[in-house]
Design a binder for this molecule. Structure first.
Ligand code: SF4
Length: 100
């Protein structure tokens, strides 16, 4: 399966790009802790976006998350932003709760 997203031809079953992800070991920045408060979410996502800004596989990552309906922050894009861009979450619990 292939997709063209952000000018990148991506083989969706190929996850080799993950080998060079700048976020290795930083999972806590990219996924919320249980009962995370809005201000804490903003701070966490700002830190994650800073990491993504210099990541060499950002476009692949963003496309992967969009087409696989992932949760968390991928490719500098939050699940709310993916949802708003038309890449709906399968079970948009958090998005619905935040009114996005
Ligand atoms: S773009 Fe961000 S989330 Fe994606 S691999 Fe790079 S650092 Fe990780």
């Amino acid at each position: 399966m292939e997709a063209v997203e952000l000018g990148v031809r991506l083989a969706l079953d190929d996850d080799d790009w993950m080998d060079v992800a700048a976020c290795k070991g930083l999972t806590h920045l990219f996924f919320p802790a249980p009962a995370e408060r809005p201000q804490a979410r903003q701070r966490r996502e700002a830190s994650a976006r800073h990491v993504c800004a210099s990541c060499s596989v950002r476009a692949d990552c963003r496309s992967f998350a969009r087409y696989h309906h992932e949760y968390g922050l991928w490719g500098g894009e939050s699940e709310d932003e993916r949802h708003s861009a038309g890449y709906r979450l399968i079970a948009p619990i958090g998005v619905r709760a935040r009114g996005a």
